[in-house]
Design a protein around this ligand. Structure first.
Ligand SMILES: [Zn+2]
Ligand SMILES: [Zn+2]
Length: 615
C-alpha cells in the first residue's frame, strides 16, 4: 500500500513537472502562431493546451485550428492513427484530443458548429457504426473517443437550436440536414440508442463505464428532445425507431416511444422527456398497447409528483383519442391497464380538500374529466365494454371508497365513473334481470336482443319483438318499430357491420334498465306536459354524461308537415310508450360526411304500465 502510494506521488510529481515544462515552453513562446503550428504538426502538449481552453486565440486563429483538426479527422476511415501521426510528425497520444479540440472550438465560438457539422461525415460514419466500432481503424480509439463524440453531437444540436448563433431557421435546418446527410437514418438510430438503451442487457458488446453511459444517455435524450421539438419531419421516424439497432438485433420490436416510457418508469424523468413524449404520442400518434400500459403505470408511480403528473395526464388524455375521436381499442387497453383507478387516486387525494384548488389541481382534474368523457363515449363499444366489465369490481370498489368526498369537481368525476359503470350493464331485455357471463340467450334471428331465459325470449317475441326482428326502420312502421333507426342501413364491410351489431346488443341490454331507473322523472315530465303516456316520446341522450332524459309530445318530433306523422299515429299502440336512445358511434368508417362521429339511434317501446308497476 505504502509503496504504491509513494509511486503514485512520484507519478503525480512527474506529471506536474511535465505540465510545468509544457506551460513553460508555451508561455515562453507566447505566440499563438507557434501554438497553431504545433497543433498542425500533431503536437500532444500544444493540442492539450488548446483543449484546456486557457489559451485565447482570435476567431481567425481558432478557425485555422478547426480546419486543420477537421482535416486530420477526415482521415479516420481510411488510415490508422499511427500512420497519420507518422505523416505529420507529431507525438499526439490519442485522436480523442482532436474531438476535444472541436468541443473547445465551439466553446470559444459557437458559430463553428456549421463548419464542423459540414466536415465530420467521416467521423460520424466511424462512430455511428456501432457494429464495427472502428475509429482510425482501432477499437480502442473508438471506445475512448465515444463520450466526447456524443458530447460533440450534443453541442452541435444544442448550439443550433437553443442559441441565436445561426441567424435564421433556414441555417439551422441546414446544419441538421448536413448531419443527417452524413449518416441518414443511422445517425437517428444512434441518437435513439444513446437515449438510454445501451444498457448491459440490450448491448453487452458495448463496453462503456457507468459514468460514460450516464453522460451518453443524457446527451442522447436531450439531443432527441431538441430534434423532436424542432424538426417536425423527423418525429414519426424517431418515434417508431427500434431501441436496439437493426444491425445488432433485427427482431427488436420495441419502439422509441415505448422504450422511453419504460425508461421513465425506472429512472428519474425530466420535463424534457415529457415534452418529447407529447410530440411523439400526440402529434405523430405513435401509440400502441405497450405505450398505453406504460403510461398508466407511470401515472401510478408519479402520482405524488403533481407537476409531472399533469404532463403525464395531458398525454394520457390524448393517447386514447385518435383523429379527434376516442378509440375503442386504445380506451380498452388503458382501462385494462388501470387508467380509471389511476385517475381516481388523484380524485381521492383532492376530494377532501376544503381550501380552494390551485391551478395545477384544476388542470389535472380537467384532464381527468377529459379521460372519463372519452371512456364514457365509447363505453358501449365492443372492446371498451368488455374491458370495463373485466375491471368492474376494482373500479367499483375504488369509487365506493370516494363517497365521502366533498370537493365539487371531484364529486362530479366520481359521478362520471358511476355513469360509465351504468352504461356497462347486462340485463335481460324483457325482465331486466341482471345477467351473468354465461346466462345469456340471444334472439336467434336478429342476434340483437339478449334474454335471461327462453321464456323471456318467447314473451318478448309476443310482446312486440316479432314486429321488429330483422326489420328496417321506415315511415310505415315507425309507430311499432323497435331497433336501430340510425344509421338506416348496415355497412357493407363485414367487420364494421359486426362492430355495429355489438354496439346495438350492448345498447339493448341497458334500455329497459334506464327506462325503469328514470320512471319517476318520465312520469313527472309526462304529467307536466299533461298528455297520456302513449302520446309521449322519451328521449334518452346517452351522448351526455350523465345521460339526459327528456319527455316530449310526439307532435314535437312528427309535426304536421312531417312524412311520418300519420304513419306514426296509425301504427302505434296506445298500450306502449315510445323511447328513443341516442349514443355515439365511433366505429371506423361510419363517420358522417362532416367528419363528425355518427350516431346510433335506437327506438324501443315499453308497455306504459311498466312505468308504474315496478319490474
Ligand atoms: Zn328475463
Ligand atoms: Zn330478433
Amino acid at each position: 500500500m505504502g509503496a504504491s502510494k509513494k509511486q503514485r506521488g512520484k507519478q503525480r510529481k512527474a506529471a506536474k513537472s511535465k505540465a510545468a515544462e509544457r506551460d513553460g515552453i508555451l508561455a515562453v513562446s507566447q505566440s499563438p502562431t507557434k501554438l497553431i503550428s504545433l497543433i498542425q504538426r500533431g503536437d500532444n502538449a500544444a493540442t492539450a493546451m488548446y483543449c484546456s481552453g486557457d489559451y485565447t486565440l482570435s476567431r481567425v486563429q481558432n478557425e485555422t485550428v478547426v480546419t486543420s483538426v477537421l482535416g486530420f479527422l477526415q482521415r479516420c476511415e481510411s488510415e490508422t492513427f499511427d500512420s497519420v501521426i507518422a505523416d505529420i510528425g507529431g507525438d499526439l497520444e490519442t485522436p480523442l484530443t482532436w474531438i476535444d479540440s472541436m468541443l473547445c472550438a465551439i466553446r470559444s465560438n459557437s458559430s463553428f458548429v456549421s463548419i464542423i457539422a459540414k466536415n465530420i461525415g467521416h467521423l460520424m460514419r466511424c462512430m455511428c457504426d456501432d457494429m464495427n466500432k472502428l475509429f482510425f481503424q482501432s477499437n480502442q480509439h473508438w471506445k475512448e473517443s465515444f463520450k466526447p463524440f456524443v458530447q460533440l453531437i450534443w453541442f452541435i444540436i444544442y448550439e443550433t437550436f437553443e442559441t441565436d448563433i445561426l441567424d435564421c431557421s433556414a441555417e439551422k435546418e441546414e446544419v441538421i440536414k448536413t448531419l443527417l446527410h452524413h449518416e441518414n437514418e443511422n445517425f437517428l438510430a444512434s441518437i435513439v440508442q444513446w437515449s438510454s438503451f445501451w444498457n448491459r442487457s440490450n448491448r453487452p458488446d458495448i463496453e462503456l463505464g457507468f459514468d460514460s453511459r450516464k453522460m451518453i444517455y443524457n446527451c442522447g435524450r436531450l439531443s432527441t428532445h431538441l430534434l423532436v421539438k424542432n424538426v417536425v419531419d423527423l418525429r414519426k421516424t424517431i418515434a417508431t425507431m427500434p431501441i436496439i439497432s437493426r444491425e445488432y438485433d433485427p427482431s427488436c420490436t420495441v419502439s422509441y416511444v415505448a422504450g422511453i416510457v419504460d425508461y421513465m418508469m425506472y429512472n428519474e424523468c425530466q420535463k424534457e422527456d415529457f415534452e418529447t413524449l407529447h410530440h411523439l404520442v400526440v402529434d405523430t400518434d405513435c401509440v400502441d398497447q405497450s405505450v398505453i400500459e406504460g403510461m398508466v403505470n407511470l401515472g401510478f408511480k408519479l402520482s405524488a409528483d403533481l407537476e409531472r403528473s399533469i404532463l403525464l395526464m395531458n398525454i394520457s388524455r390524448e393517447m386514447i383519442v385518435q383523429k379527434e375521436q376516442p378509440s375503442d381499442t386504445r380506451v380498452a387497453f388503458a382501462i385494462r391497464a388501470g387508467l380509471v383507478e389511476m385517475c381516481l387516486t388523484f380524485v381521492g387525494r383532492f376530494g377532501r380538500q376544503t381550501t380552494n384548488e390551485n391551478d395545477i389541481q384544476t388542470a389535472l382534474l380537467c384532464h381527468i374529466e377529459g379521460i372519463f368523457k372519452s371512456i364514457y363515449d365509447v363505453a358501449l363499444h365492443k372492446k371498451t365494454w368488455k374491458a370495463i366489465r373485466h375491471q368492474r369490481q376494482v373500479i367499483e370498489a375504488r369509487s365506493n371508497h370516494l363517497d365521502f368526498i366533498t370537493h365539487d369537481n371531484c364529486k362530479k368525476l366520481v359521478l362520471m365513473v358511476k355513469s360509465i359503470l351504468d352504461m356497462n350493464g347486462a340485463y335481460c331485455c324483457h325482465c331486466n334481470k341482471s345477467l351473468g357471463r354465461k346466462e345469456r340467450f340471444q334472439c336467434g334471428e336478429c342476434n340483437r336482443m339478449t334474454y335471461c331465459s327462453r321464456s323471456c325470449q318467447r314473451s318478448d317475441w309476443l310482446n312486440g319483438h316479432s314486429h321488429a326482428c330483422c326489420k328496417t326502420y321506415n315511415d310505415d312502421n315507425c309507430g311499432q318499430f323497435q331497433g336501430r333507426a340510425v344509421p338506416p342501413t348496415i355497412p357493407e364491410d363485414e367487420r364494421t357491420a359486426s362492430k355495429l351489431g355489438e354496439l346495438e346488443i350492448n345498447n339493448n341490454m341497458i334500455q329497459l334498465k334506464l327506462f325503469l331507473d328514470h320512471s319517476a322523472t318520465i312520469l313527472e315530465q309526462a304529467k307536466s306536459l299533461n298528455i297520456p303516456l302513449y302520446d309521449c316520446i322519451v328521449k334518452f341522450e346517452l351522448r351526455y354524461c350523465p345521460l339526459k332524459v327528456t319527455t316530449h309530445h310526439y307532435t314535437e318530433l312528427y309535426d304536421d308537415e312531417s312524412v311520418g306523422k300519420k304513419q306514426y299515429e296509425a301504427s302505434r299502440s296506445e298500450k306502449n310508450i315510445t323511447c328513443m336512445f341516442s349514443s355515439h358511434n365511433f366505429i371506423g368508417g361510419m363517420t358522417n360526411h362532416l367528419g363528425k362521429s355518427a350516431v346510433l339511434g335506437m327506438q324501443r317501446l315499453f308497455p306504459c304500465e311498466w312505468l308504474t308497476d315496478k319490474k
